[in-house]
Design a protein around this ligand. Sequence first.
Ligand SMILES: *Cc1c(COP(=O)(O)O)cnc(C)c1O
Length: 305
Amino acid sequence: MNAPDLERLRPRLPSPLEPVEDERFARHGLTLLLKRDDLIHPDLPGNKWRKLALNLRAAEGRPVLTFGGAYSNHLRATAAAGRLLGFPTIGVVRGDELAGRPLNPSLARCAADGMRLLFVDRAAYRAKHEPAVLAGLLERAPGAPGDVYVVPEGGSNALAVEGCAELGRELAGGADVAAVACGTGGTLAGLAAGFPGPVLGVPVLRGGFLGGEVRALQEAAFGGPRGDWRLDERFHCGGYARTTPELDAFADAFGARHGLAIERLYVAKLLHGLVTLAEEGAFAPGTRIAAVVTGSPEPQADSSR
Ligand SMILES: *Cc1c(COP(=O)(O)O)cnc(C)c1O
């Protein structure tokens, strides 16, 4: 089989870099720019395109098996790629209690794109990269087990990190500081490798484990540490998918003011963190800060393609 040709999907690359007028930055002499990765492709937005591109090339049209939670943007992007490029996809979903129930809008879209969904209990999900557990999953997948290309949870592996280095190269010269929200840290690991200035990561999960993950991903992708990055662990609002009334109000107001719907799980926390850091005087006057808009809001039950 041949490697799928992603260029056929006409990605909008490099993604636009747009200055926004916001007095919370301007009053400190700062410029906020939005790196609109959410506009790369309507079905594979944001960092998911960058993380999948080299993996899909490596998969060469074989079935792709990957993992995610019930609202995973990564599962949706993988399913869409399979539909658009014509290869089978298998999504291993955390939570066996979901099996046999009506699918939520995110999983419904995966299924509509032809993704075969395998629901597994949380213990098996945690152990998914152990050879025996993975072999069991591959047995439930179509085709010969040796013929399936496995992408880890969140899509983060060495090829994904390499793909995200391009994000940093696109920003070089256009911004002095780059900032991104982090789930698995794969996007940050690549961005920091490609960008010549300091890079800030804002984890949306609590736990303080992410620094080690980013170092491991850079080791796998590049053979050692790259770039000047740091994490600010203060802005997760209690953990993944957690929110506060303050964060919701902030995201609504920011979206209304600047004319774009703000994705809540990641992008809202990043922008809120940047406003706080600007207030704290964390950036020198004159600094141009590029915030990566890594995605768009998830589909609602009534949304159409
Ligand atoms: C997946 C995702 C992220 C997290 O990317 P990682 O590489 O896992 O850190 C950030 N923002 C959005 C919108 C995402 O969908």
